[in-house]
Design a binder for this molecule. Structure first.
Ligand code: HEC
Length: 313
């Protein structure tokens, strides 16, 4: 049970880690928080919590909620007893952490690092402060994994659940339940990508102004780079979605096309400005999108292409 508390703490620390200026949300399904117990000095078991939620705010404050009633010990009656006698007074546990984002923000995809995270676990009004060493891996532009780097031990006494463990021991007629619990955590966070959309990397006012004077004929030639995947006809999707009347449309709306979640979730209108930024650097503008195109390096090309797209609609 103490483990739970510690685990919570770890989770919060972890959450803090992935803050990279975007909004990061915990992926509950692929995250895992577990603790170990040893019964009667011989029987080792792993328990966990199935219901975690959390996020890291853009200013680097991490918050993780652990639903203590989601404890899974693999024995129903024990789950009930754990909830009734150990976690009942606690309700839910919250972990918050402030951390130095600069240690994580420089990580490129595939890179890993270890960081020290200072965390506070709040349980039923009691704050437990602790340090945890975390292993951080950048899985993709929009995913970060944080796990405990070493075994973390939680003490039931610190966590204020000693009395509950005593009761459990009597009920289960056990000669002993460990009071210090090892905890492990694996937390996966996804960025919503909205930050990238809100601050287009390279939509300079010059490009936007110039687009008005762009050469649509020259733009038609530039569109050859797109036409393998995109048609301008309404409803005609190929490898990429139809770009019919794309200027002024909301992103990810083309009917009948299966967009990546990155494009589906982004809240952006394809103004000339946003299109210019996207086409200059598709992956930078919208991390996690599935368009296999490196971007247009020449500003002239972008300006002319926008004029063509405007004309063609
Ligand atoms: C190799 C194929 C490919 C090429 C080349 C390509 N695209 Fe795409 N494009 C895609 C795919 C696939 C998507 C959908 C991506 C997703 O769902 O994440 C997409 C999405 C888009 C979108 C978003 C559409 C919407 O409805 O939100 C725009 C705009 C776009 N592409 C414009 C272009 C332009 C302009 C070019 C040429 C300069 C280009 N693309 C080149 C495959 C391609």
């Amino acid at each position: 049970m103490k483990l739970l508390l510690k685990a919570v703490t770890i989770a919060s620390a972890i959450v803090a880690t992935p803050a990279l200026a975007d909004n990061w949300t915990l992926d509950s399904d692929s995250s895992h928080l577990a603790y170990g117990t040893i019964k009667k000095n011989t029987v080792g078991e792993v328990n966990g919590f199935t219901n975690l939620s959390g996020h890291v705010t853009p200013d680097g404050k991490a918050e993780i909620d652990i639903d203590l009633s989601s404890v899974e010990t693999n024995i129903d009656i024990r789950n009930e007893r754990m909830i009734e006698f150990v976690f009942r007074k606690v309700g839910s546990a919250k972990l918050t952490a402030d951390f130095d984002m600069s240690e994580v923000s420089g990580l490129s995809v595939g890179e890993t690092t270890t960081i020290d995270a200072e965390s506070v676990l709040s349980l039923a009004g009691t704050d437990v402060t602790f340090d945890a060493e975390l292993f951080v891996a950048r899985l993709s532009d929009t995913a970060v994994m944080v796990s405990t780097n070493d075994m973390v031990f939680l003490n039931a006494e610190d966590a204020g659940i000693n009395a509950g463990v005593d009761t459990l021991k009597e009920l289960a007629d056990l000669s002993g339940i460990t009071r210090t619990v090892p905890i492990t955590a694996r937390l996966i966070f996804h960025s919503d990508g909205k930050q990238a959309a809100a601050t287009p990397a390279s939509a300079t006012p010059e490009i936007v102004a110039a687009a008005v004077q762009g050469d649509a004929k020259a733009g038609k030639k530039v569109f050859r780079k797109c036409s393998a995947c995109h048609k301008l006809d309404q409803g005609r999707n190929g490898v990429g979605p139809s770009l019919h009347a794309i200027i002024g449309k909301s992103a990810g709306q083309a009917e009948g096309f299966r967009f990546s979640s990155a494009l589906q979730d982004i809240d952006v209108v394809w103004t000339q400005e946003n299109l210019a930024a996207f086409l200059a650097d598709p992956k930078g503008f919208l991390p996690g999108n599935r368009m296999q195109f490196p971007g247009l390096k020449k500003e002239d090309d972008i300006v002319n292409l926008l004029a063509y797209l405007q004309d063609a609609s």
